[in-house]
Design a protein around this ligand. Sequence first.
Ligand code: AMP
Ligand code: MG
Length: 519
Amino acid sequence: MPGAAVDIPGADRGYPGLVAAPDSPIRTSTAISGLENTFADRLGPLTVPWQGAEVSSPTMVVLNVDLAVALGLDPSALRTDDGLAVLSGAASPADAQPVATAYSGHQFGGYAPMLGDGRALLLGELLDPRGHRVDIQLKGSGPTPFSRGGDGFAVLGPMLREYVVSEAMNALGIPTTRSLSVVATGRDVRREGAQPGAVLARVAASHLRVGTFELAARHANLLAPLADYAIERHYPELAGLPADGDGNRYQRFLAAVVERQAELVARWMLVGFVHGVMNTDNTTISGETIDYGPCAFIDAFDPNAVFSSIDHGGRYAFGNQPTVLKWNLARFAETLLTLIDPTPDAAIASATAALNSFDDHYSRHFRAGMAAKLGLDDASVDAVLIDDLFTLLDDHHVDWTGAFRALADDLRGNPEPLDGLIPREQAASWITRWRTALADHGRDGATTAKAMDRVNPRYIPRNHHLDAALRAATDGDLLPVEELVDVVTHPFAHRPEWAAYEGPAPESFTSGFQTFCGT
Ligand code: AMP
Ligand code: MG
């Protein structure tokens, strides 16, 4: 029983300010069952058994039927009262032991020793029909011992933003947490005025983050068990390696996380995604994108693009993301030093080498991705050609997503879309060089254009569409969100009836656009 299971008061665990779980026994629901708890079983001190707040009138806003089926869940059961109760946090899955997890983090560069799930609840781990273990977590399910000054709740707009953007990212082939559902709670949540409360059910390879290691590093007895747990769960190929000596599993673990995260941020850059709040508690060990708060896609190419209302210094601007990620990974490396080598100098040398591999991994993935976007391959792309394209796009404020579709159209003999973006005389010399590169590598126009269309999305969640859809949903009209989900989960399709979703926002929209932190 989650309530009764808080048998160790927070103070005993060294978490200041912990209070006991609400002790009214929570209902259980069979709409989700069979969850496991390997994280809480092995890293108990990093968790607090907890339960969600009561929800009087939950209603389904959106259910990801395909994801439910892929997870082996029954979508019709999730739509019943029992299903709504579990997806809103009001009931616990049968036999589960939900927990709030503890973690630290560097937020905008400053260390916060205790963050944790202040408005989230880890229901447990589900083994999908293919045997993959995923976390099912609720976001917005009520206060926890980690809520600090917050209310523990979430509102509809930001939870739908996470749903739409995470599912778009997944459709783009980018590693990400997934969204199973958004349930409206019927509770008014105070933000700027009263907003409709909502709970997102999130599915993740795990919720282990750099911040989890930052907390464990302060508790000597937790660090190695946490690292071993993370290795077994996300890098099982390293689990059999020795714990010490050259090439030990902790050295290799650091290098592996560096590589996965380098690839991830390269993929963000290739689609023009701005995460917005790349704190170390939002950097996963699995290599998935997590925590869609003030995120956005760029329209015009702009390395300085910032959309978050709280990122005053532009720390998390579009073009800074690789540098910031490497900084986050340096914080991760620091947590592992004592495991990497008992001799501090040797540990630092080894960790530094792993960290520095970030640049090569990033460049390799970015370059290969850019080559593919231009119909070339890794061996045939010329770095100067790419740089000059960026200059051209920057100078003319060209829409990033539209540019690559227009280049493919140009190859097919349809110059109109490109002419609409850059005056032909300005683009001509670059286009000639690009076409020469294609010809030199034996690429014919039609085949290349087709290959480009398979990697360059036509539809992304454009800020103006997302903004309008979230406003409509907040006012009770769900149709625009439903259509937007349909569009952005088919990013490479071509449907004439979706033409309005293709172009960038009008300048009048973009100039004042900000997204808020999603709380
Ligand atoms: P996030 O911006 O979602 O990554 O959250 C950063 C930290 O703030 C985490 O520890 C969250 O649990 C906490 N937090 C965010 N919103 C709330 C809220 N409404 N109530 C309590 N804690 C919150
Ligand atoms: Mg977070």
